[in-house]
Design a protein around this ligand. Structure first.
Ligand code: GLP
Length: 241
């Protein structure tokens, strides 16, 4: 694993957007693992610019998001469905909505939904390129500290620190769901190539833990050391000393 500071957030975002774009051009039926969160906003904006400028056919591309909150339907403004529609799928119209997948946060039975999503990943995968952010506590997707390295898509109890960190996307902290459905660590590790992005001082501790090389379920992202093709891009503020 290589941790690289390629400049500021804008440059890192443009680089990753270009890698996603190249993947889609190189293979029309690319399978992309997509992430949400504040970290990804500029990256998706750069990707939309590239798509608009070049107008490629992306109708065969299939996307799979990492996670969704339990209890938020696709229309909820803080749902990851809405995030993805607002930032990508409604911006560049070439995607086939039937090929853009997220877990269903309002399924009657979240366990059944998690199993359905994992089966879909098995059937369609592996991802050609998986994009990841990282939580302040080292989570990837919503795999919180302590999650088993062999976990597949599952129902997750969010930690207080994650609820606190994500409360900025909600009117009130009390509105943040307490659970989510997330791809598991084993599901994520099946990707052929993984790129993780982290920006800001508040991510420095998690990146420092990752850079230490110590592999532990206490910092879920450290499982990535066991993958042969992972790149990590950070800005100055998140770069370990
Ligand atoms: C969220 C998401 C993660 C994301 C992380 C960081 O909880 N489930 O996929 O990487 O937290 O979010 P942000 O980029 O907003 O800091």
């Amino acid at each position: 694993m290589k941790i690289t500071n390629i400049g500021d957030k804008k440059q890192a975002s443009f680089y990753v957007a270009t890698e996603l774009y190249k993947q889609m051009i190189h293979k029309k039926e690319s399978k992309l693992g997509l992430a949400t969160g504040g970290t990804m906003i500029e990256m998706y904006e750069a990707l939309v610019s590239l798509l608009e400028k070049n107008q490629p056919d992306v109708s065969q591309v299939e996307t799979f998001n990492l996670d969704e909150y339990i209890g938020l339907d696709a229309e909820h403004p803080a749902s990851y469905h809405q995030y993805m529609n607002n930032i990508l799928f409604d911006q560049y119209k070439g995607f086939d909505s039937a090929k853009c997948h997220l877990p269903n946060g309002v399924a009657d039975n979240p366990e059944v939904e998690a199993n359905r999503y994992e089966a879909l990943l098995d059937e369609k995968g592996p991802m050609d390129l998986q994009i990841l952010g990282i939580g302040q506590n080292g989570h990837i997707g919503f795999n919180e500290p302590g999650t088993a390295f062999d976990s597949v898509t599952h129902r997750v109890d969010l930690t207080d620190s994650t609820i606190e960190a994500n409360s900025r996307y909600f009117d009130d902290k009390a509105d943040v769901p307490k659970q989510a459905i997330s791809m598991g660590l084993r599901s994520i590790m099946k990707a052929k190539r993984i790129i993780l992005l982290a920006f800001g001082e508040h991510k420095k501790e998690a990146i420092t833990q990752l850079a230490s090389g110590n592999i532990t379920t206490d910092v879920p992202a450290t499982i990535l050391h066991l993958h042969p093709n992972v790149e990590v891009y950070v800005d100055d503020a998140a770069m370990p000393d």
